[in-house]
Design a protein around this ligand. Structure first.
Ligand code: CMC
Length: 391
């Protein structure tokens, strides 16, 4: 009797029209506003990609400068926010803190919550992009018991984030340009990915008219899951658990076992049935960061060998399971000095630009309606209430 299409997991439902990001999963192609992710990762900057996603075109030199300056002007957070942080336990997961703090932003910035005012939408967008590094760094500082650092607007977006995270007031912090570039590239790789679970969450939340800060907080909550953004943390924890290459076959066997819930973290993707183009750049970046820091990590060898074994195993070949963006990112982030609990926070920081751009696109879409899926009801048919004494 129901005339609805049953599509659990929305594997074949287009929820919106979008001009932001194109993915050809069979070919392993990812384009932002038409530009290949590989070219953007190599040649662009996170600020430039943010401008591109928000405005549709690459900026001129002047436009980029103006945009960066505008973002820079919003990097500080309301002083009262520091008090809000102090209410959390020191051992709280930084993603828990991020969900809470970003969820509370509308309480601090209610002058940019009117979604019908285009000027307020712009300010809210800039605020979110600019304040995420500050909030992310504060979450880290809080967990290690060090003082919060104010932003330094003479630094780049990513350099400033590195300083707020790893710097201390007692001494100057010198940003390593190679690390800055590598992290900036990681941010580019995470900036947007069309209608993934968290972006769909942001759009769904936004479709009811909720304010942008609340919508992004909803996206952060969704991103946290290990099947989504939480996979970078889970992937590195998995590599640690495997520990040495000789134990890889045991984990491959577990991943293939239908009775074992274990999956290879950082492997497989709903859309990519080919190598995730972001993983290619990520793998290359691992080598650059190691060379610069003059370190190696035995876990990188475990990851490389795990990939090689999986890509030659009929199970992974038939199911077209390849490494995704989260497979190699953890090795780099941990070499830079981030604890695993911060990995998904970094993903959220970078994806904020995609969420914000998608939210803006949705708000200005003339076809926009409240998102309201239907269901196939499989419960009991109508029946009469029986008083508890008669049950
Ligand atoms: N290890 C072992 N088997 C897998 C894996 C894996 N990582 N991924 C998928 N499969 C199998 C799965 O068991 C299923 O087998 P069968 O058809 O026999 O039931 C088949 O491959 C298809 O999997 P699915 O779960 O139906 O596919 P999906 O599109 O619903 O899920 C996914 C996609 C990313 C959630 C899944 O591949 C996965 O759980 N991967 C591990 C977590 C991960 O790395 N997530 C990050 C995704 S990329 C970045 C991001 O979104 O944050």
């Amino acid at each position: 009797t129901d005339a609805f299409t049953y599509d659990p997991g929305f594997t074949s439902t287009a929820s919106c029209q979008s001009t932001l990001t194109y993915i050809d999963g069979d070919q392993g192609v990812l384009l932002h506003r038409g530009y290949p992710i590989g070219e953007l990762a190599e040649q662009s900057s996170f600020m430039e990609v943010s401008y591109l996603l928000l405005n549709g075109e690459l900026p001129s030199k002047q436009e980029l400068e103006n945009f960066s300056t505008t973002i820079t002007r919003h990097t500080m957070v309301h002083e009262q926010l520091a008090t809000f942080f102090r209410g959390f336990r020191r051992d709280a997961h930084p993603m828990a803190i991020l969900c809470g703090v970003v969820g509370a932003l509308s309480a601090f910035y209610h002058d940019s919550t009117d979604i019908h005012d285009p000027a307020q939408r712009v300010i809210a967008s800039h605020r979110l992009i600019a304040k995420m590094p500050t909030i992310a760094a504060m979450a880290y500082k809080y967990s290690v018991g060090q003082p919060f650092l104010y932003p330094d607007n003479s630094l780049s977006y990513t350099g400033n984030f590195l300083r707020m995270t790893f710097g201390v007031p007692a001494e100057p912090y010198i940003v390593n340009p190679v690390i800055e570039k590598a992290l900036d590239r990681i941010f580019i790789l995470h900036a947007d990915h069309e209608q993934n679970a968290s972006t769909s969450t942001v759009r769904l939340a936004g479709s009811s008219g909720a304010n942008p800060f609340a919508c992004i907080a909803a996206g952060i909550a969704c991103l946290w899951g290990p099947a989504h953004g939480g996979a970078n943390e889970a992937a590195l924890n998995m590599l640690r658990e495997i520990g040495t290459p000789d134990r890889i076959p045991e984990y491959i066997a577990r991943a293939k076992d239908k009775n074992d819930p274990f999956r290879l973290m950082g492997f497989g993707h709903r859309v990519y049935k080919n190598y995730d183009p972001r993983a290619t750049v990520m793998q290359k970046t691992v080598r650059e960061v190691f060379a610069e820091l003059k370190v190696t990590d035995p876990l990188f060898d475990v990851a490389l060998q795990l990939e090689e074994i999986a890509l030659n195993d009929p199970y992974f070949v038939e199911k077209k399971l390849f490494p995704n963006v989260d497979f190699y990112s953890g090795v780099i982030l941990s070499a830079i000095g981030f604890p695993t609990s911060m990995f998904t926070v970094l993903f959220a920081l970078a994806r904020t630009v995609g969420w914000v751009a998608q939210w803006n696109e949705m708000i200005t879409d003339p076809d926009q309606k409240i998102g309201r899926p239907r269901q196939l009801y499989t419960g009991p048919t109508q029946r009469s209430y029986v008083p508890v004494t008669e049950r």
